[in-house]
Design a protein around this ligand. Structure first.
Ligand SMILES: Cc1cc2nc3c(=O)[nH]c(=O)nc-3n(C[C@H](O)[C@H](O)[C@H](O)COP(=O)(O)OP(=O)(O)OC[C@H]3O[C@@H](n4cnc5c(N)ncnc54)[C@H](O)[C@@H]3O)c2cc1C
Length: 302
């Protein structure tokens, strides 16, 4: 079905047609591209994490950078069966068109991590922390079903960007910390770390049911699970109470912005870690939607 829409300045916005167009029509000679995809299947992994597997012909051009590779998911609005894709090239042209689209037709934009990527058939997995109906991303994930249409803005060339985890040469050990929203990145990072590198994971989750997400564990990885009491976070307290290994650490922290900021302050201010060796990102902010955070400033700022 073709839809016509108008942006705020009255210009027509090209409707998105789900013909899974040839790659040349969705990519530009750019580092990133918009990939029209459909849900292949969903899998409930834990009480709060659901895996959405996406597929589509355009995925042949998707080049996963691994580790904590981020992508943007473009979701249809309520009443739409597919997102209207703004025109523009693969890097940022489309984003300006997206901002100019009328809110009545503009697709929801949410940031997630590539948890897995397979060939033959081309598929990617996105693991989404569901938190009820509070946000369109969570709402969509809970209801997603095979055949549902979305688009992904993701890497189209090697080393496109959107990967923050940067292991320094010769690290002594690695600290990974975060909540449910960070677990997909933590799991993907763990898969790529050398087997002989000691790793401490601090995972703050709703309850014991979430622990299955990182099971079975890997040799050399010690995981501390922190269960939120009455919704109160406790990541920093858990790290503060822990005896950490000696040697030069590299830390990666993501999750709710205030908790991330607090833990970083502890690691740098109280533990004396080199601030350049602490990678930290506010993945979401309590009481703020991703759209509001976009208006606040860079989404990664904790
Ligand atoms: C680089 C990056 C990578 C990310 N990777 C992942 C990922 O792989 N998986 C994943 O699940 N999330 C990931 N996130 C976080 C995700 O983008 C946010 O949680 C996003 O706000 C979810 O959108 P929403 O529509 O569900 O909620 P929004 O509409 O953005 O927010 C609605 C309400 O829900 C609250 N909220 C938002 N997220 C959460 C949450 N996780 N738990 C509890 N309350 C929340 C907000 O504070 C707000 O009050 C990532 C974020 C970034 C920046």
């Amino acid at each position: 079905m073709r839809r016509e829409s108008t942006n705020r300045r009255g210009r027509g916005v090209r409707p998105f047609r789900w013909k899974e167009p040839a790659l040349s029509t969705v990519t530009a000679p750019a580092r990133f591209a918009l990939f029209p995809l459909r849900v292949a299947r969903t899998l409930s992994l834990t009480p709060h994490l659901v895996r959405i597997t996406l597929t589509g012909e355009s995925l042949t051009g998707f080049v996963n950078g691994g580790l904590d590779q981020r992508i943007k998911l473009l979701l249809p609005l309520a009443g739409q069966t597919e997102p209207l894709i703004p025109p523009g090239d693969g890097d940022f042209g489309w984003y300006h068109s997206w901002r100019e689209m009328s809110p009545e037709v503009r697709p929801v934009l949410r940031t997630y991590t590539v948890r897995g990527r397979r060939r033959e058939p081309d598929e990617i997995d996105i693991d989404i922390a569901v938190h009820g109906d509070a946000g369109p991303g969570s709402r969509w994930a809970v209801r997603a079903a095979p055949g549902d249409r979305v688009a992904v803005y993701g890497p189209a060339v090697e080393q496109a960007g959107g990967v923050e985890f940067t292991l320094p040469a010769d690290p002594g050990w690695v600290l990974l910390a975060g909540d449910e929203s960070a677990l997909p990145a933590i799991a993907a990072i763990l898969e790529e770390l050398p087997e002989d590198l000691p790793v401490r994971v601090f995972a703050e989750v709703d309850g014991p049911g979430e622990e299955a997400y990182l099971s079975p564990g890997r040799a050399g990885v010690e995981t501390v699970w922190i269960h939120r009491r009455d919704g109160a976070p406790g990541l920093t307290e858990a790290v503060r109470a822990a005896e950490l290994p000696g040697g030069r650490p590299y830390a990666w922290i993501a999750g709710e912005a205030a908790g991330v900021r607090e833990l970083r302050r502890h690691l740098v201010g109280e533990r004396g870690m080199d601030r350049r060796a602490v990678c930290f990102m506010g993945y979401w902010r309590a009481g703020r939607t991703e759209d509001q955070r976009g208006e606040d400033g860079p989404e990664e700022e904790a």
